[in-house]
Design a protein around this ligand. Structure first.
Ligand code: G6P
Length: 470
């Protein structure tokens, strides 16, 4: 592809803002995604010359690249499917994700064998494809914001190709503590850190993750490792204006009516309480332990039986990986067990939805009495921030202290150790028992904290900090 050398601002991430699907007649349809980066970047759409470099992810995307179909400002890379698979599923999602979220437990162990080394070579190839595309697109002195654990090698590679650029790297995940990070083979650990440290600025969602990164860099690369790179913290907040408007559209009202029907009424005729969770079906989200905690609540506090429903929205994620497919099956199995053990003709204790539906997520946010956000570790967790923003009547938050959001929301939440099932059950009881006035007060404070740094501001802050970095 011809180099344009014209973009002033560039973003690089594995998943881009658009996906294409091809129908039977061969026509391509584009669908725009959501998320912090998409709304963040919209803040600078008016300034011409922003380019987003991302991977072609499915057949539709690949076909769009082949036909030269695309949107201005988006460059999709058609990385060979086997290279992408090894880099994305093998290295990024099966290895780096597991390290940062500390997910290895017997029998799920790290495997750094010859197959991993082949995957690592693909990860390098994949990162180089991004670095080269960015080098081609970027104007003199442009700012480049590289995203996440998929692209840790890009900053160093890009710096070598284009020393004139300002380069930032942002991690959306936690960063592993040094002892855990050092599960990685020494040369790989060094490359990951040195790759990010090729940036002028490396930024994180919380101070905790930033400090862990700095500690890893010093331990692995030496005491002066950080001398060329500034470390920043930007705690992405919820997009309140968008969420509040979207949550009151007709399809969300329809979903609410359907969910209320499923939740039903208690024997005394009052509406049942809803303990809501909304997640990708992701091991780090700790959905199974959340179900165990709910079961424990029904055991410890039989008075809640028939009066509460656990509404779990657990959407498919990374289904190419067996461990994710198994996890999804386990979620289903435990939910079925609870329903079999406790359910009555008029009461389904766990209502589980496995099909991704954003309108239904918003409906669940609006009607939740309690939101259960209990990840083992999480970079931020936007569900914890979104629920208080759209809640109709106030919602109590049960929040893991291992979520990045805990730093901002911990004071007004029921804070749990995510491994502690009994403690989580007690927190659920406390949350369900919160007097309505206090619940409303807390929700107001939570919403205030959750929206302190909206996505557009979050993005512009990073850009400004990067521009001041040289
Ligand atoms: C995490 C990562 C993001 C990623 C998202 C969804 O939040 O930090 O970079 O986009 O998970 O994961 P997926 O593998 O579906 O892109």
């Amino acid at each position: 592809m011809a180099s344009t050398h014209s973009a002033r601002i560039l973003v690089a991430s594995n998943r881009g803002p658009i996906t294409y699907t091809e129908d039977e007649s061969g026509a391509l349809t584009a669908k725009r995604g959501g998320g912090g980066l998409v709304s963040g970047l919209s803040a600078i759409d008016s300034e011409a010359g922003a380019v987003w470099v991302c991977s072609a992810l499915g057949d539709g995307d690949r076909e769009a690249v082949r036909r030269g179909v695309g949107e201005p400002g988006v460059r999709m890379l058609d990385i060979p499917a086997d290279v992408h698979h090894a880099a994305y599923n093998g290295v990024a999602n099966s290895t780096l994700w597991f390290v940062h979220h500390m997910l290895y437990q017997t029998p799920l162990e790290p495997s750094f064998d010859a197959e991993f080394r082949r995957q690592w070579a693909s990860y390098e190839t994949y990162n180089r494809a991004f670095a080269e595309a960015l080098a081609q697109e970027a104007a003199d002195g442009a700012s480049v914001l590289v995203q996440d654990y998929h692209l840790t090698l890009v900053p160093r590679m890009l710096r070598e190709l284009r020393p004139d650029l300002r380069i930032g790297h942002f991690s959306h995940t936690p960063w592993a503590p040094v002892d855990y990070f050092r599960l990685l083979p020494d040369d790989i650990a060094a490359q990951v850190l040195d790759g990010i440290l090729g940036a002028d600025r490396a930024a994180f969602l919380t101070r905790r993750w930033a400090d862990a990164f700095s500690e890893c860099a010093r331990a692995v690369l030496g005491p002066d490792a950080l001398s060329g790179t500034r470390i920043g913290v930007h705690g992405l907040g919820a997009d309140a204006d968008f969420l509040r408007a979207r949550a009151h559209e007709a399809d969300v009202d329809d979903r609410m009516a359907a969910l209320r029907e499923q939740i039903g009424t208690a024997p005394d005729g009052t509406p049942r309480r809803a303990v809501v969770r909304v997640d990708r079906t992701e091991l780090s989200k700790n959905i199974v332990r959340g179900l165990h905690a709910y079961r424990q609540l029904l055991d410890d506090r039989p008075a809640w039986r028939e009066r509460v429903v656990h509404l779990a929205l657990a959407y498919p994620s990374r289904q190419d990986l067996a461990v994710y497919r198994d996890y999804m099956a386990e979620v289903q199995r435990v939910a079925d067990d609870i329903n079999e053990r406790y359910g009555t003709p008029g009461w389904t204790p766990v209502v589980l939805h496995l099909k991704d539906d954003f309108a239904r997520s918003l409906a669940a946010y609006r009607l939740a009495d309690v939101a259960l956000v209990n990840p083992i570790r999480d970079g931020m967790n936007l569900v914890a921030k979104e629920v208080p923003v759209v809640s109709d009547e106030g919602c109590a938050l049960v929040l893991s202290r291992e979520a990045g959001a805990y730093e901002e929301l911990g004071d007004d939440s029921m804070v749990v150790n995510p491994y502690d099932v009994v403690g989580t059950a007690a927190a659920l009881h406390e949350a369900l028992s919160l007097p309505p006035a206090e619940r409303a007060e807390r929700t107001k404070r939570l919403a205030g904290a959750a929206t302190a740094l909206p996505p557009t501001q979050w993005f512009l802050d990073q850009l400004r900090a990067l521009e001041g970095a040289q």
